[in-house]
Ligand binder design. Structure first.
Ligand SMILES: Nc1ncnc2c1ncn2[C@@H]1O[C@H](COP(=O)(O)OP(=O)(O)OP(=O)(O)O)[C@@H](O)[C@H]1O
Length: 604
C-alpha cells in the first residue's frame, strides 16, 4: 500500500522548487515567474472576492495602479508636501502609504457600490476601474501617458534588489504570505462569514453575521493584494505608465482566477501561471502562424474562457489536484475538535413562564393580498407553541414578521419586552432569537461542523487580522467545540465532517436546528422541522424539543405533521386565510369546528 504524503510535505516541496528556480532557470523564465507571481497576487484577491464571496470585479487593475503610482510618486518626487515628507524616498514607507491609501479608496468605492447586486455591481467595478485608469493618464503630476521613471529598486537590509532573480524572492515571499494569510482567514470565524456571502446571505444575517461588513472586508483585502502587486511591479520595472492598469488587464485578472479555480486560493497561482505562459507562447506563435502581427491571443483566451465555463467551472486547480493524487496520494487534511476547549459563556434564560415573544395585531399585505390579518400570539419561556394551518394560511409570513426577515404593514412585535419591528434579523438574532428555514438554507460544500459553527458566529469576536495570522485559535477551538456539542446533541455526530450537501433533507433540517442552538438562543423558531424526517428521527427531534423546553427555552413551531405537533406542544395557534381561527390546548383545538372545517373542508 502506498503511504500518503502529508499536505505540508507537498507544500515544502513546492517552496523548495521556488527557492532553487533562479539557480537553475535562465533569466527569461525568472522574469516570467516574476510576472506570474505579481498576477497571482491580484488573482488571489479575486478568488477571495469573486470565487468565494461572489462579488465580481473587473476593476482590480486600478488598485494595482494605485499601489504602483503611490510608490512611484513617493520615491521619485523631489517636492513632496510637508505632511508626506517622512515617506519620501523609501519604497517600504511608500508601500505603507500605498496600502493605507488603497484601503481608504477601496472603502469609499465599496461604500458607494457594494450594496449593488446582480449585474449592477460588475458594471460599477467597470465604471470605477475606468475612472481610476483615466485619472492615472490625465494627472500631470503622475506624468500623463508617459508616466514616471527613475523609480529606485527595493532595498532589503541595505541590499538593493536590482536584478530579476533578486526581486523574484521578494515577489514569491509576498505571494506565499498572501496565500497563507488568505487560507488562514477562510478557515476561521470571519472566513465562514465570508464563505456564506455566496448564496447564504439571509441565513448568515439570521445567524448574526454582518454581511455588509464581510463584503467590505473582502473588497478591501482584494484591493490591498492588488496594491502590493503594483508596488512590487513598479520597483521591478523601475517606471510606471497607465497602460498595465486598464480595464483589459482587469478582465485578464478575472480570467486567471476563473481558469485557475476561483474558489481555491492555489487556483490563483495556477490561473496566473497558465494565462501568463500561454499569452507569452501565443504572442510568439500566432503572428507567425497568421503571417501578420496582432493580438490574436485575446481570441484564444475568449475561446478558452468559454470552454472552461462549459467544461470545468471549478477551474483547473481541482482537476490538477485529482490528477496529482492519482499518482501521488496526499493525506486528507482532517479537522479535529478540541474537546478540552473552554465552553463558551451561556445566556441566562428568562424565568420559565415569562413572556418571550408577543405579536400584537400583526398585519402584512402583499399588494391586495392580506397574508397576515390582525394576528396575535405569545410564546413563553419553557413552552412550545405550534402555529398550524392549511397551505397558504400565512404561517411562514408570520414567521418572517417575528424574526425580522420581513416588516409588518401594521402591528407590533415585542421580543423580551422590546419592539423588534424594523430591527432586522441580525439584531434580533443577537437578542436571543434563532431560527431554521422552511426551505433549508445551508452551505452545501462546507462541512456539517462549519455550517453549525456559523450559528456560533456572534458568540466570538476575533477579527480579520487575528484570523489571518492565526492568533484566534483558542476562540476558534471554543466555537468549533460548541458546534460539535450541538451536532452531537441533535444526533448528527457521525456526520460532523461530511459535506452538509451530502446529508438527506431530513438531516439537513436537523443540522439547521443544531446551527440555531449554537447561537445560544432563548427562543427558537422552527419552520417545518419534521418535514422529510423518518419516524425514529421525528421521535428523536420530539425528545430534543422536550429537553429544550425543560431547560427553559421557548419554541415556536410551524408544522404540518399533526401527529408530531399534537403529542409535543403545549399550545396551538391555528391560522386560515391569514387570520387566527383558533388557539388553545392541542386536545381542544383538534375538536374545534372551525379547525376541522379548515383542514377537512367541513365537519362530518
Ligand atoms: N413575498 C410575497 N409576495 C406576495 N405574496 C406572498 C409573499 N409571501 C407570501 N405570499 C402569499 O401569502 C400567502 C401566505 O403565504 P405563506 O407562505 O405565509 O403561507 P404558509 O401558511 O406558510 O403556507 P405553506 O404551509 O404552504 O408554507 C400566500 O397566498 C402566498 O402566496
Amino acid at each position: 500500500m502506498k503511504t500518503a504524503l502529508s499536505p505540508r510535505l507537498v507544500l515544502a516541496a513546492f517552496v523548495a522548487l521556488l527557492l532553487v528556480a533562479p539557480l537553475v532557470l535562465p533569466a527569461f523564465y525568472i522574469t516570467l515567474l516574476n510576472y506570474i507571481g505579481l498576477y497571482a497576487m491580484v488573482a488571489l484577491g479575486l478568488v477571495l472576492l469573486t470565487g468565494v464571496g461572489g462579488l465580481t470585479s473587473f476593476g482590480q487593475g486600478a488598485f494595482v495602479g494605485l499601489g504602483a503610482y503611490t510608490t512611484a510618486l513617493l520615491t521619485t518626487s523631489a517636492e513632496l508636501p510637508g505632511w508626506l515628507g517622512w515617506a519620501g524616498g523609501s519604497p517600504w514607507l511608500a508601500l505603507l502609504v500605498g496600502l493605507v491609501f488603497t484601503c481608504v479608496v477601496a472603502f469609499l468605492i465599496g461604500k458607494l457600490t457594494l450594496r449593488l447586486s446582480g449585474h449592477y455591481l460588475p458594471l460599477a467595478t467597470i465604471a470605477w476601474g475606468l475612472s481610476l485608469y483615466f485619472l492615472f493618464g490625465t494627472m500631470a503630476f503622475l506624468g500623463g501617458h508617459t508616466g514616471l521613471t527613475g523609480i529606485p529598486p527595493i532595498s532589503v537590509f541595505g541590499y538593493e534588489l536590482r536584478q530579476g532573480e533578486e526581486v523574484y524572492y521578494l515577489i514569491w515571499l509576498f505571494v506565499l504570505a498572501g496565500v497563507l494569510t488568505t487560507s488562514n482567514l477562510l478557515d476561521s470565524r470571519e472566513g465562514r462569514a465570508i464563505r456564506a456571502l455566496k448564496g447564504g446571505m439571509v441565513m448568515a444575517e439570521a445567524m448574526g453575521v454582518d454581511t455588509a461588513r464581510s463584503r467590505m472586508v473582502i473588497f478591501i483585502l482584494a484591493a490591498l493584494l492588488a496594491c502590493a502587486s503594483g508596488w512590487l511591479y513598479a520597483h521591478m520595472q523601475r517606471f510606471v505608465n497607465p497602460t498595465p492598469f486598464g480595464l483589459h488587464i482587469g478582465i485578464e485578472y478575472l480570467f486567471m482566477a476563473v481558469v485557475g479555480g476561483a474558489a481555491h486560493v492555489w487556483g490563483a497561482l495556477v490561473g496566473a501561471g497558465v494565462i501568463t505562459v500561454l499569452k507569452q507562447w501565443l504572442q510568439d506563435l500566432l503572428p507567425k502562424l497568421f503571417g501578420t502581427s496582432g493580438n490574436f491571443e485575446v481570441i484564444f483566451f475568449g475561446v478558452l474562457m468559454v470552454l472552461v465555463l462549459h467544461k470545468a467551472r471549478g477551474g483547473l486547480w481541482p482537476i490538477l489536484v485529482s490528477g496529482f493524487k492519482r499518482f501521488i496520494p496526499v493525506a486528507a487534511q482532517r479537522r479535529t475538535v478540541d474537546r478540552d476547549a473552554v465552553a463558551l459563556p451561556r445566556r441566562e434564560l428568562p424565568a420559565a413562564g415569562s413572556v418571550l415573544l408577543e405579536a400584537k395585531a400583526v398585519t402584512r399585505r402583499f399588494g391586495g393580498l392580506l397574508a397576515n390579518n390582525n394576528m396575535s400570539l405569545e410564546v413563553r419561556a419553557g413552552e412550545i407553541l405550534a402555529l398550524i394551518g392549511p397551505n397558504g394560511a400565512g404561517k411562514s409570513t408570520m414567521f418572517n414578521q417575528v424574526s425580522g426577515v420581513d416588516t409588518p404593514t401594521s402591528g407590533e412585535v415585542l421580543f423580551l419586552g422590546e419592539s423588534v419591528v424594523g430591527k432586522g434579523s441580525r439584531t434580533i438574532a443577537r437578542m436571543g432569537m434563532s431560527r431554521t428555514f422552511q426551505h433549508v438554507r445551508l452551505l452545501p460544500t462546507m462541512s456539517v461542523l462549519e455550517n453549525v459553527a456559523i450559528g456560533a458566529h456572534m458568540r466570538g469576536s476575533s477579527g480579520v487580522l487575528s484570523a489571518a495570522w492565526r492568533m484566534e485559535r483558542s476562540e476558534e477551538a471554543r466555537l468549533l467545540a460548541e458546534a460539535a456539542r450541538q451536532i452531537e446533541r441533535v444526533g448528527l455526530g457521525e456526520h460532523m465532517f461530511d459535506e452538509a450537501g451530502s446529508l438527506a433533507l431530513g438531516q439537513q433540517r436537523i443540522l439547521e436546528i443544531a446551527r440555531a442552538l449554537a447561537s445560544d438562543p432563548c427562543l427558537l423558531l422552527l419552520d417545518e422541522p419534521a418535514a422529510g424526517l423518518r419516524y425514529k428521527e421525528k421521535e428523536a427531534l420530539g425528545d430534543l424539543l422536550r429537553k429544550l423546553r425543560a431547560e427553559g427555552m421557548g419554541v415556536l413551531l410551524v408544522e404540518h405533521d399533526m401527529d408530531f405537533v399534537m403529542g409535543l406542544v403545549d399550545r396551538v395557534v391555528v391560522m386560515e386565510f391569514g387570520e387566527k381561527i383558533a388557539e388553545g390546548l392541542p386536545e381542544d383545538v383538534q375538536r374545534d369546528p372551525a379547525v376541522l372545517a379548515a383542514y377537512l373542508g367541513g365537519e362530518d
